[in-house]
Each structure stands twice: as structure tokens, then as C-alpha cells.
Design a protein around this ligand. Structure first.
Ligand code: ZN
Length: 314
């Protein structure tokens, strides 16, 4: 299976910034701040965040800020959205620069997206999703301003989305992670049936002996995908059931999805790489304590040392 090609992945991430004109970059345009968060967090897990200039990053992030409402867009001139606002706050946290924010203003923007039933809309257009509840809770927690929202109602709304399989919302990998992280941050994990959800999540591991053996899928009969390594593993860690999964096989699967020549990680063996799956692959390996990586916090999706700095001042 070989090893993690850390240096190649660092080169790959650094090269993305320089390819702004190609087609992939155009497709990613509206996701740029999320893409920046994935790339920069990956660099940090690989101990290479020093390869970028913090001032350059922060000044670009702040150009995506809307000072009339307190939200961030996905790129300069794009409308604000709660997903992008979380990415911006996470990027600033990586560089220990949250102090450049008007935290009151940003918190008010997020609090303004909470609905009567406790749910959150993603932006002023009102689409509702438990992932947005997670974004709100994670962001406000980082800003030390959870008191800005009705946490009890937010938790009750997430719990009301619980499925028969023990996960939350309509797509159990990603949604379970969102639901559980939000509950973990607010100290409400007693709402989770750990054995039921743990069993369902472990059933996601593929055992066909093929090139994707050991990988995880998002639901039965679907293809395995490196991004579920993150969603499923982080969920299992939060409910203390990660020992139920075969970590050696999953590690082998992620390493098989590397482009060993040019760096980057793909969704499945031999597919094209992208920054999204590179992040989820490296973050998944970090959750499995792969040697030489910084450990990542499963709820905040930030390196543990960054989370400690936020809450314990180093
Ligand atoms: Zn994927």
C-alpha cells in the first residue's frame, strides 16, 4: 500500500492556487473559501501551514466579508452564506487571527438565521438543513458566543431529525456527522443511541477484496468514497465506537486513492484527485492516528492544537 506521500500532497495543494484560470478552478469558484479551508487545514495537519503567507490569506478572506450584515461569501463579491462564514472563521482560527473579526457582528448574522422551530437557514433565502445547525453552533462556539442563539431549541430541532438508523437528517454519513458534532459541542450527546448508530456506521465498510476494499460508503448499495472516511470516523469517535471499524483496511484504502506521482487524493482508487478528497483523506488518516500527522478534532474539524488555543488559550 505504500506510505502517505506528504510532500507531494503539500506541493499539490500549493499548486492549486497558481492554477486559477483552468476549468476546475472555475467550477470551484463559488466554493473558493471552502476550498481554501480544506487546503489550509490539510497543510496544517501535514505540519506545512508555514508554506503560505498568513497576511495574504487573511486579507483575501476579509475581502469575502460583508460588513453590512456580518456574513462571508464564497469568494469576493459573492452573497453571504452560513457555510462560507464557518469556513472563514475556521481559516482565521488556523492562523490565530480571529481578532481581526467583528465577532459581535458575525455572531448576530448567524443568530439571525435561526428559525422559530430552532432550525437554521443557510442564508437569507431560507433553505433549511441540519448541516447549517452545525455551522451555526460550531461557529458561535469558536467565537465564544453560543449564548446568541436558543441552544435548547437548536438541539431539539436536530434531535427531531433523528432517523431509525440512529443518524440525523436525510443522508447519514455527512448528516450524522453534522448532527452529532452539534450535539457534542453543546454537550447533548445523550440524545444519540451509540450502539445503533455505531453499528450502522460500521456497516458502511466495504469488504469485497477489490481495489476499494476497506473504504466506506454513505449508505447501503452506494460506492465507497474517501470523504466518508471523515464523516463516518469522526462520528464514531464522538460516540466512542471507533474501535468497531477495521482501521488497517481503511488506512490502506485511503493510501490507495493517492496520486503518487503528482500528489492529491481522489474519491476512489484511480479517479482524478481534488482538494476536497485530499482534505478528507488526510483528515481521516489523522483521526486514525497515522504517524507524523497533527491530530484533528472530530467536532470542530480543526487541528486539536488550534481548538485548544481557542478554548484554553494554548
Ligand atoms: Zn466524496
Amino acid at each position: 500500500m505504500g506510505e502517505l506521500e506528504s510532500d507531494k500532497h503539500v506541493e499539490y495543494i500549493l499548486s492549486i492556487e497558481k492554477k486559477k484560470d483552468d476549468f476546475d478552478a472555475l467550477l470551484m469558484e463559488h466554493l473558493r473559501i471552502n476550498g481554501a479551508y480544506w487546503g489550509l487545514t490539510t497543510l496544517d495537519i501535514l505540519h506545512k501551514i508555514s508554506a503560505v503567507d498568513p497576511d495574504e490569506v487573511i486579507s483575501w478572506v476579509m475581502k469575502c466579508y460583508h460588513d453590512d450584515c456580518g456574513g462571508f461569501g464564497g469568494n469576493i463579491g459573492h452573497d453571504p452564506h452560513i457555510l462560507n462564514t464557518l469556513s472563514a472563521v475556521q481559516i482565521l482560527a488556523l492562523f490565530d487571527r480571529i481578532n481581526v473579526l467583528d465577532a459581535e457582528m458575525v455572531s448576530n448574522y448567524i443568530a439571525g438565521l435561526q428559525n422559530e422551530d430552532g432550525s437554521f437557514s443557510g442564508d437569507m433565502w431560507g433553505e433549511i438543513d441540519t448541516r447549517f445547525s452545525y455551522c451555526a453552533i460550531c461557529c458561535l462556539s469558536i467565537l465564544h458566543r453560543l449564548n446568541k442563539i436558543n441552544v435548547e431549541k437548536a438541539v431539539n430541532y436536530i434531535v427531531s431529525c433523528k432517523n431509525l438508523d440512529g443518524g440525523f437528517g436525510c443522508t447519514p454519513g455527512g448528516e450524522s456527522h453534522a448532527g452529532q458534532s452539534a450535539l457534542a459541542i453543546t454537550g447533548s450527546l445523550h440524545h444519540v443511541d451509540r450502539d445503533l448508530l455505531g453499528w450502522w456506521l460500521c456497516e458502511r465498510q466495504c469488504n469485497d477484496g477489490g481495489p476499494n476494499d476497506g473504504g466506506l460508503n454513505g449508505r447501503p448499495e452506494k460506492l465507497v468514497d474517501v470523504c466518508y472516511s471523515w464523516w463516518v470516523l469522526s462520528s464514531l469517535i464522538m460516540i466512542d465506537r471507533v474501535h468497531w471499524i477495521d482501521k488497517d483496511k481503511l488506512t490502506r484504502f485511503i493510501l490507495n486513492c493517492q496520486d503518487k506521482e503528482n500528489g492529491g487524493i481522489s474519491d476512489r482508487a484511480d479517479d482524478a484527485v481534488d482538494v476536497f478528497h485530499t482534505y478528507f483523506g488526510v483528515a481521516g488518516l489523522s483521526l486514525m492516528e497515522y504517524p507524523g500527522l497533527k491530530s484533528i478534532d472530530p467536532a470542530y474539524a480543526l487541528p486539536v492544537d488550534v481548538v485548544n488555543r481557542i478554548f484554553f488559550g494554548k
